[in-house]
Design a binder for this molecule. Structure first.
Ligand code: SF4
Length: 389
């Protein structure tokens, strides 16, 4: 088997479905857990058996969702055992787990640690009652604060707090209160997400939400820039568009994915990447279950990336990080000349305060991170560009 560095395990259950969520999720029905976990273990076994088993210890294991913390410790234990049995973990592997505040209690956190989980990601989103209500969250501001204290007391030292800005009907300037609260709490890692109206979600279908969102884009951008500045001043490194960390606390799973490393995803909708081949599983529980019951991998989509697609992927993933893009290395690795047109675009971005050059690397500023997708599109290689292999 190709050298797999990371595993992702998708737990699709949530206590309630948030109106902005576009992930593969199901309202929590505990009666579905046992069958889902049984099939997940079967998928893990099938993947490990493919091509003679894993060839190196796993560096990172990530439980995401959905809400992994809807699972009890008794449900998690055999899943963890199946993962370890099939994919030996390196002794210093990072094992990360997403939790929602309503599930975070001392005994549960101690149990997670006993299972080897050494990084938590806490979906707080806000400490403000009105913002949490506008986002349709299942917890209030008091629970946000309590959960954070519980994690600090009983959880691993390595944890992340998710915050969200852009809630409909809430003045984007109110986000400054959440940023101040998180700086006070001093978590080692913070992720900031702006509300995205993903097609198919309740929010995207609501004309009032769409209208509010359109009218407040500028204010949301200012809220992000203000938050980035204050977190940076408080000693956090703005190491990726949405992510800030204390030294040494960047998430390992993200780093492997952004470096273009090989990883396998298990569960509904989970994505995998192995040696330039990308695939993802069926999103729907029924199709996922049917495949596994027939003894087949639950794969819904697969594509082998072309040389130009790989070059563009490197470009996109590099520009989203504070280490930026080493343009000479990009030319060498992908056989595509950087060229004068891209230099001109980079100069225009620098003049607009959105990018800078640092030791041969093109690095976006916080203002550039705001428009990282558009910048990537401007610099991307076209299908007709000459690839010198
Ligand atoms: S808890 Fe998270 S995964 Fe579940 S519906 Fe809400 S945003 Fe989506």
């Amino acid at each position: 088997m190709a050298a797999i560095r990371a595993l992702y395990c998708h737990i699709p259950f949530c206590r309630t479905i948030c109106p902005f969520c576009a992930f593969a999720v199901h309202g929590n029905r505990e009666r579905l857990h046992a069958d889902y976990l049984r099939r997940l273990e079967r998928e893990i076994g099938l993947a490990a058996a493919g091509n003679g088993g894993p060839s190196q210890p796993i560096e990172s294991l990530y439980f995401g969702g959905g809400t992994p913390s809807t699972l009890t410790l008794e449900e998690l234990e055999p899943l963890m055992a199946a993962l370890r049995r099939n994919f030996p973990l390196s002794p210093d592997a990072e094992i990360a787990f997403e939790c929602n505040p309503e599930d975070v209690r001392g005994p549960y956190l101690s149990g997670l640690r006993r299972l080897g989980i050494d990084r938590l990601s806490l979906g707080i989103q806000s400490f403000d009652e009105k913002t949490l209500a506008a986002l349709g969250r299942n917890h209030n501001g008091r629970r946000s604060r309590e959960a954070l204290r519980e994690v600090q007391r009983h959880g691993p030292a390595n944890y992340n707090v998710d915050l969200m800005f852009g809630a409909p009907g809430i003045d984007p300037r109110a986000f400054a209160g959440d940023v101040a609260a998180v700086i006070d709490a001093e978590p080692p890692h913070v992720s900031l997400y702006g509300l995205d109206l993903e097609p198919g979600t309740l929010f995207a279908r609501d004309p009032a939400v769409r209208e509010w969102d359109g009218r407040h884009k500028q204010a949301q951008a200012e809220a992000y820039l203000d938050a980035a500045e204050r977190l940076t001043r408080a000693g956090y490194r703005h190491y990726e568009v949405s992510n800030f960390c204390r030294p040494g606390y960047d998430g390992r799973q993200n780093r492997i994915v952004w470096d273009g490393g090989n990883y396998l995803g298990f569960g509904t909708g989970a994505h995998s990447h192995v040696d330039g081949v990308r695939r993802h599983n069926h999103r729907h529980l029924r199709a996922y279950s049917r495949s596994l019951d027939a003894g087949e991998a639950p794969e819904a989509f697969r594509e082998a990336l072309s040389a130009v697609q790989r070059a563009n992927e490197t470009l996109m993933l590099s520009l989203r990080r504070d280490t930026g893009l080493d343009t000479a290395q990009w030319e060498r690795c992908h056989g595509i000349p950087w060229g004068e047109a891209r230099n001109k675009t980079a100069a225009a971005l620098a003049a607009a305060g959105k990018a800078q050059w640092a030791a041969g690397r093109l690095v976006l500023t916080a203002r550039g991170f705001l428009v990282a997708d558009a910048v990537t599109e401007q610099l991307m290689a076209g299908a007709d560009e000459q690839v010198a292999v």
